[in-house]
Design a protein around this ligand. Structure first.
Ligand SMILES: *[C@@H]1O[C@H](CO)[C@@H](O)[C@H](O)[C@H]1NC(C)=O
Ligand SMILES: *[C@@H]1O[C@H](CO)[C@@H](O)[C@H](O)[C@H]1NC(C)=O
Ligand SMILES: *[C@@H]1O[C@H](CO)[C@@H](O)[C@H](O)[C@H]1NC(C)=O
Ligand SMILES: *[C@@H]1O[C@H](CO)[C@@H](O)[C@H](O)[C@H]1NC(C)=O
Ligand SMILES: *[C@@H]1O[C@H](CO)[C@@H](O)[C@H](O)[C@H]1NC(C)=O
Ligand SMILES: *[C@@H]1O[C@H](CO)[C@@H](O)[C@H](O)[C@H]1NC(C)=O
Ligand SMILES: *[C@@H]1O[C@H](CO)[C@@H](O)[C@H](O)[C@H]1NC(C)=O
Ligand SMILES: *[C@@H]1O[C@H](CO)[C@@H](O)[C@H](O)[C@H]1NC(C)=O
Ligand SMILES: *[C@@H]1O[C@H](CO)[C@@H](O)[C@H](O)[C@H]1NC(C)=O
Ligand SMILES: *[C@@H]1O[C@H](CO)[C@@H](O)[C@H](O)[C@H]1NC(C)=O
Length: 427
């Protein structure tokens, strides 16, 4: 094997790990990074197909709950269990619940404390992707996000119920696919993805690929629209804030009724990265450049309210000084939900991130940072105008980068392994 390049070696490992023919696709932001790919493939391939009998993985009181009938299951947000919907459940009404559960197959977005699953922006991409995959593969969509704490305290199902009672999954064949950092795995190959319950960790945005490949399975509202609109519509279809979050929103937004306000709302997300508050993060924007942002924000009507979502305490202090009573923020704990997931405050930080994004997505003017969290906030904004990006130099109009890679536009690599030919498609 000495004559192989690093890439070829990686492809060979891939051949060993998979059973021969494999197509991968990458989300638009990813470069092919052999090491990350290799790690992910260890999980996609047979080596990583662990059986997960604990199901909920963490504390999440699955044992206590499993003895209760579905309707009495207590959760952080009791209202959740009353929301019964799902396009599917209507067609299943004919079958008794008991029988349908035996036939039902599941595709579950997984984010637990065992492995990293990215910040909120990464998670949002993964959720939308796994939901569309569940439609493509005709599986019941579910979500298990228990890190840094259970998402059910903050978000609840809107039009599709993604809370699967743990007892429905007991004794079903289960597999976990870890696809963090690579595109969403394709499940349709024979003999490899037959399990009743497939749980996926992913942070990729495969929405456009999936909707192109499975147009018939996609809901009407995602047909023929941009990536941003697909994201927004699917997200709103799946999620609505819990009462707890709605209450906090009211408190924190300084009595600004987000849906009925008299003043213009001008907002910015400013991700500074590595700092005293966030020692584990990467450096993002040099904090000495924030005056430029303040100058830009001053150019709007001086009756407008100013909201800043930031990962840095100094930014808040400076904004308060600059804009006085016009300024507000969530005042919440600043943590990166994935990089500091072990810390005590991570759960509070998780909540702050969710509230920040809800406010950002409802602003009249939005200045984003180069971060996935910001980009998703922009995508959730109804009006895709008045969006700017500030990366430390100048504030510029935001034009989403489109490195379009169609499913038809792939790179085909063939490897002769002596006894068989391996073909790999990389998008
Ligand atoms: C797990 O349960 C223990 C005790 O029941 C509790 O102290 C801890 O906070 C829980 N952890 C999570 C992540 O919910
Ligand atoms: C299935 O139905 C039987 C009786 O109809 C009941 O005893 C059993 O608990 C049900 N199982 C599930 C998983 O709901
Ligand atoms: C989808 O799955 C259900 C079982 O969950 C099955 O009854 C139905 O026929 C499937 N539909 C298609 C189009 O395969
Ligand atoms: C799961 O399987 C075990 C062992 O076969 C059995 O004891 C248990 O009752 C099963 N649980 C359910 C809920 O079917
Ligand atoms: C899967 O199996 C079916 C029936 O055995 C066959 O028709 C189909 O071509 C197979 N698909 C792939 C991708 O191998
Ligand atoms: C929930 O879905 C309905 C219907 O699509 C939509 O009108 C509503 O805005 C959604 N809720 C949220 C909070 O997005
Ligand atoms: C919106 O605000 C105006 C005055 O600020 C008030 O008269 C109106 O009732 C509010 N509408 C809703 C739907 O809350
Ligand atoms: C931030 O900017 C200041 C002034 O422009 C400069 O002195 C400093 O080195 C910069 N810091 C970093 C980390 O780039
Ligand atoms: C801001 O308010 C002051 C009065 O407080 C007013 O003189 C000034 O014209 C306003 N500027 C803008 C840009 O609206
Ligand atoms: C978004 O996330 C991906 C993967 O985590 C990363 O490669 C990319 O640089 C991020 N984009 C931005 C704008 O930070």
């Amino acid at each position: 094997m000495g004559s192989f390049t690093k890439n070829q070696l990686m492809l060979i490992s891939l051949a060993v790990l998979s059973s021969g023919f494999l197509v991968l696709w990458y989300n638009e932001y990813m470069e092919l990074q052999p090491q990350r790919l290799y790690i992910a493939l260890q999980w996609i391939g047979n080596g990583g197909l662990e059986r997960d009998n604990s199901l909920m993985g963490e504390n999440s009181s699955s044992n206590a709950d499993s003895s209760l009938p579905p309707n009495t299951k207590a959760t952080a947000a009791p209202t959740i269990m009353q929301t019964k919907m799902s396009l599917r459940s209507t067609s299943e009404k004919v079958v008794s619940k008991n029988q349908s559960n035996k036939k039902k197959k599941y595709l579950i977005f997984l984010c637990d404390k065992r492995r990293l699953c990215g910040g909120w922006g990464d998670r949002q991409r993964g959720i939308v992707t796994v939901y569309l995959m569940s439609l493509a593969y005709n599986r019941t969509f579910g979500m298990e996000m228990t890190s840094p704490c259970d998402i059910k305290g903050f978000m609840q199902p809107n039009q599709t119920n993604w809370i699967i009672p743990p007892q429905e999954l007991v004794n079903r064949t289960t597999k976990i696919i870890d696809a963090m950092g690579v595109g969403p795995p394709r499940l349709e190959y024979n003999g490899t993805n037959y399990e009743d319950v497939i749980k996926i960790r992913t942070n990729s945005d495969g929405s456009m690929h999936i909707s192109k490949m499975y147009p018939k399975q996609m809901p009407k509202y995602v047909r023929g629209v941009s990536r941003a609109i697909v994201f927004r519509r699917v997200w709103k279809h799946l999620m609505k804030p819990t009462q707890h979050i709605i209450e906090h929103l009211k408190q924190m937004s300084g009595n600004v009724d987000l849906n009925n306000r008299t003043n213009q709302l001008v907002c910015a997300h400013l991700r500074i990265g590595k700092s005293k508050t966030l020692p584990n993060d990467l450096p993002r924007i040099n904090i000495s450049s924030i005056e430029k942002l303040w100058t830009f924000l001053h150019s709007f009507e001086n009756s407008s309210k100013i909201f800043i979502a930031t990962d840095n305490e100094e930014v808040r202090v400076s904004a308060k000084k600059t804009f006085g009573p016009r300024y507000f923020d969530t005042g919440g704990k600043i943590v990166h939900i994935d990089r500091q997931r072990g810390s005590k405050e991570a759960c509070l930080g998780f909540e702050t991130a969710i509230i920040d994004q809800i406010i950002l997505s409802s602003c009249d003017v939005l200045v984003i940072s180069p971060s996935n969290f910001s980009v998703r906030a922009a995508m959730l904004k109804e009006l895709l105008k008045s969006i700017y990006v500030f990366s430390g130099k100048n504030v510029e109009p935001f034009i989403p980068k489109r490195r379009r890679r169609s499913v038809m536009n792939y790179q085909k690599l063939t490897l002769d392994l002596g006894h068989k030919l391996l073909v790999v498609y990389v998008l």
